[in-house]
Design a binder for this molecule. Structure first.
Ligand SMILES: C=C(O[C@@H]1C=C(C(=O)O)C=C[C@H]1O)C(=O)O
Length: 475
């Protein structure tokens, strides 16, 4: 594909995106005929090279998702719906797996520019398989496997645009449709980063539970732990913030990417509701038969003063309660992976993971998987880890279902990318908010083990909430 020039004497720089658009449309016209559009079923994707890597994906009207990791130089975004499957209940991942297997068995990719990129799907699900969707959550179903019609993929400075259709499809209507989509998205790809806005004041609404109810909940959890019915349980709270202006997703994603460059920024929008997170925690990364899963548990704050900060880090490394809380997660992740792995390496950690607002103990569990293990099976085995739920898993979940005074929705669920061979990567949905116009519901939790103190755990949730509340001020 001829490379577009970015400037010359007679073409001002601002025309460059239009040239890219013309070239992509010409390429679409040339290559659309290579797709097997007459085939009676399945999916086909056309992959077109973009002239440079992308830092942030534009916001278009309609359903969209966006995963960006600044330090890794990775971006995946999806717009519109080529196919989607929803499920709920204890079999939700098995149901979605069957749908994804059907897609994978009949999905053809045409990559005329030899980019090496492929189409991808998005898998996302709420914390609990049984949660009954309320009005807002109906827009974000309990669990979804979603094949976008238009996708962007950028890695290591290389990028591609991926167009996907269900088959069969008439060539003329598809060409018109895809040309319109290029018209919408391509001019936005080269827009300069948005200038920061002055931070806006956010009104702090109610916390559910409030501080008093939190104390009681922690004592009730400690009682369960004392009685040896639970070893650990993660309690959470929700805080409503109301902004002065409608929150702007592009600015919010940019602020989160800037503030949390080592986190995965996740943004999912259906209708008027968005779910946005900047999470440090992978549920897992699967590449072929290699698996890596994070165990993150044990948290302390940060301090502006370097000496004080180092002192807090040393405290976290040696705190018996934090190490115990961490070990519960490492053991559970190792146990889950041992059910689907040929071999596992000894856990790498705990090391310190430092973010702007908090620091954590993190271990990584790595191994080699048995054949035929896919993202859906891994999600089923690993989710929820005791980092966000508790141990033993079922007892913790039952106790939380009975005791927690709120629906978690997608908070502590997971979301990520599914490749056409059904491998991929999922992230635990933490440091997040559900956003609608000027209202943001933020969620944060803390692990309770023997020796936990209600007020320190409340403080920990305050530090965790600060990730999203700071970014929202700039959105
Ligand atoms: C539950 C959250 O975080 C989890 C709990 C942690 C802890 O208790 O130390 C640390 C990281 C996460 O696994 C949250 O951020 O809301």
């Amino acid at each position: 594909m001829p490379r577009p020039t970015t400037s010359c004497l007679h073409d001002p720089v601002m025309l460059a995106p239009l040239k890219v658009l013309e070239q992509l449309k010409a390429r679409l016209h040339e290559t659309i005929g290579t797709l097997p559009l007459g085939q009676p079923g399945g999916y086909a994707s056309l992959i077109l090279e973009l002239p440079h890597g992308l830092g942030i994906a534009p916001d278009l009207a309609g359903p969209q998702f966006h995963f960006a990791h600044n330090h890794r130089g990775d971006l995946r975004a999806g717009y519109g719906i080529a196919g989607e499957w929803r499920a709920r209940g204890p079999d939700r991942l098995r149901i979605l797996r069957a749908a994804a297997k059907g897609v994978a068995a009949n999905w053809q990719h045409m990559d005329p520019d030899e980019t090496g990129f492929l189409g991808f799907g998005m898998l996302g699900f709420a914390a609990s398989p049984n949660e009954s969707p309320n009005a807002g959550l109906a827009e974000l179903p309990n669990a979804i496997f979603w094949l976008p019609e238009l996708a962007l993929c950028s890695h290591d400075g290389q990028a591609a645009l991926i167009l996907t259709t269900a088959l069969p499809m008439g060539i003329d209507s598809l060409l018109t449709r895809w040309q319109n989509q290029l018209d919408q998205i391509v001019p936005l790809l080269d827009l300069p980063a948005l200038d920061p806005l002055t931070p806006a004041h956010l009104d702090r609404g109610l916390s559910t539970p409030d501080q008093e109810d939190w104390r009681e909940l922690v004592f009730a959890a400690l009682d369960e732990i004392d009685q040896e019915r639970l070893r650990k349980v993660v309690l959470c709270r929700r805080l409503r913030l109301t902004g002065q202006r409608r929150f702007d997703l592009t600015r919010l994603n940019a602020a989160l990417t800037y503030l949390f460059p080592s986190c995965q920024v996740v943004s999912i929008r259906r209708h008027r509701t968005s779910f946005v997170a900047a999470t440090p925690e992978r549920l897992f990364t699967q590449r072929r038969d290699r698996i890596e899963a994070d165990a993150i548990a044990g948290t302390a704050c940060r301090a502006e003063d370097a000496e004080r900060d180092a002192q807090i880090t040393r405290g976290l490394r040696t705190c018996e309660k934090n190490l115990r809380e961490h070990q519960v997660v490492v053991e559970a992740v190792t146990e889950a992976l041992s059910q689907c792995s040929r071999s596992l390496e000894p856990p790498d950690g705990p090391r310190i993971l430092q973010l702007n607002n908090v620091q954590h103990l993190r271990s990584i569990v790595r191994g080699e998987l048995h054949p035929d293990v896919d993202v859906f099976r891994l999600a089923e085995l690993l989710h929820p880890t005791p980092a966000t739920n508790g141990q033993p898993r079922q007892e913790a979940r039952d106790w939380l279902d009975r005791s927690e005074p709120l629906e978690r929705g997608w908070y502590t669920g997971a979301a990520g990318i599914v490749e056409p061979d059904l491998t991929g990567e999922l992230w635990v949905l933490l440091r997040c908010a559900r956003i609608s116009e000027r209202i943001a519901d933020l969620y944060a939790g803390a692990g309770i083990v023997a020796g936990s103190d209600p007020m320190s755990e409340w403080e920990e949730t305050e530090h965790k909430l600060a990730a999203m509340s700071t970014a929202l001020q700039f959105a």
